[in-house]
Design a protein around this ligand. Sequence first.
Ligand code: ADP
Length: 478
Amino acid sequence: MENKSFFSVLHSLGFKNAIIILLIGIIPFLVCVPIYLGAYKSVSIRTDAANLMAQAAQYNNQIVTSGYVLGEYNSVLDTELKAMADSYNGRILVVNSALTIVKDSYSVDVGKTVIWDNIIRSTQGESLYYYDDATKYLIVSVPLSNSEGELVGTLIINKSMEYINQNIDIFVSYALIGAVIIISLAIIVSIFVSIYFSKPMKKMSNSLDAIIREYSNELPANKSYTELEDVSEKFNEVIKKLQAIDQSRQEFVSNVSHELKTPLTSMKVLADSLNESENVPIEMYKEFMLDIGDEIDRETKIINDLLSLVRMDKSDSKLNVSAVNINELIEHILKRLKPIAEKADVEVVFESFRPVVAEVDEVKFTLVVTNLVENAIKYNEEGGWVHISLNSDHQFFFIKVEDNGLGIPEDSVDYIFDRFYRADKSHSRAIGGTGLGLAITKSAIAMHNGEIKVRSKLGEGSTFDVRIPLNFIEKEAH
Ligand code: ADP
C-alpha cells in the first residue's frame, strides 16, 4: 500500500509539473554558467597578453640601447625585470637573434639555445602569445629591434594565470548559491502550480466517486480546461449508453418473463378447469391435454430461441467456421421445410445463379436461412409463393428471400429485428411465433460480418436481402 502511494505520487500530474518547472529553472543555469566561465577565461587571457605585449614594447629601447640584449650587465634592468617577473609569479627571458638565452630572471638557463616555434617566429618579427592549460602559464614573446629597425632578439614574459582559476572557484560558489535559490523557488512554484492544476481533476474524481456510489448519474459541466471539458462530455455519453443498455436489459428480462409466463398461465387454466369440474368426459380430457401439449411445445420453442440468442449475444462466443457448400445447405433446409410449406399451400422455389462455397458457421447460418424461409411461409396466404435466390461476386455471396405474402406495416419495418417484436401480434402468436427469429437471424449475420436488409409492402409481400463475405475474417479483439 505504501509502495502504491509512492508510485502514484511519482506518476501524479503535480510531480511531473514540478520536474518540468525544475528543469526549466535549472537547464538554462547549467548551460549558461559553463559558457560564461569559458568566455571569462578567454577574455582574461587575451587582455593579459595584450598588456604584457605593451609592457614588453616599453622595454624594447632600454634593452637594445644598453646592450642588454647582447648580454651586457645592467643592474637597473636586472632589478626591474626581476621585480616584474616576481609580480607575475613568472619568469622573463631575453633571447638574442641566434636563439641563445642571454638573460633569465631565474638565472639558470643563460647560454642555452631555445628552439620553440613561437620564439623562432618572434625573432623574425611576430608578437605572439600562448596559454598552457596544464601549467596555467601565459607565455608572451615580443621581437626586439634597434633604431634602424633591425631585429636583434626576443623578450619572453611568462605570467602565472592561476588567478583565473581562483576567480572561477569564487564564481562557481556564487553559482551554487544561485542554484540552491532557484531550486527552492522552483519547488515552491511547482507545489503551487500542481495544486492549482490538479484541483479540477480532483473535482472530477469526486464527481466520478458520486456516480460510482450512485448519488448522481451525470458529471457536472467542467469548465476548467478544454481537454477536461471534453473528457466529461464523453464520459456523460458513456453513462447514457450504459443507461440505455441497462434499460434494454431490463426490458428484455421483463419480456422474457412475460413470454415464459403466458404458456404456463394457459396450462394452469386448462388444468384447473379439468380439476374443478366433475364427471369430465374422457374426450374433453384428451382435448385439454392436447392443448396443454401445444403450450409445452410453445414454451420449449421460446426457451430454445432464447438459448440460441443468448449464445450469439455472448461477446466471447466463437464461430465454428468451415468451408460450406451453400447451394447444398439451402436445398437441405428447404427439404426440411417442405412439409410446412405444403401444409400452408405455399410454393417454394430455389434459384441458384452459381455454385457457392463460403466460410460460415453451418449451425448459425442454417438458423438464418431457416428463419427467413419459415417466416416467408408463415406470413403468407394459401396459394402464395416464396422465391429464394443465391448469387455471389468475388467478395460476397447474396441470398434473397422474397414472398408475396402479408407484408409488413410501414411503421413496423424498423423494429422487426428487435427481440420479441411482432408486427401482427395475434397472427404471429397463432402460428407459433416467438418474436425472436429475426433477432437471432440478425445476430448470426452480424457474427459473419454480413448485412441484412428488408423491403416490404403491406398486402403485397416482403423481400429480405442478405450479404455475407465469402471468406470469414475474424474481428480483432479490442
Ligand atoms: P416471429 O417468431 O413472430 O415470426 P420474427 O422475429 O421471426 O418473429 O419476426 C418478427 C415479426 O416480423 C413477425 O412477428 C412478423 O410480424 C414480421 N415478419 C417477419 N417476416 C415476415 C414476412 N416474410 N412477411 C411478413 N411479416 C414478416
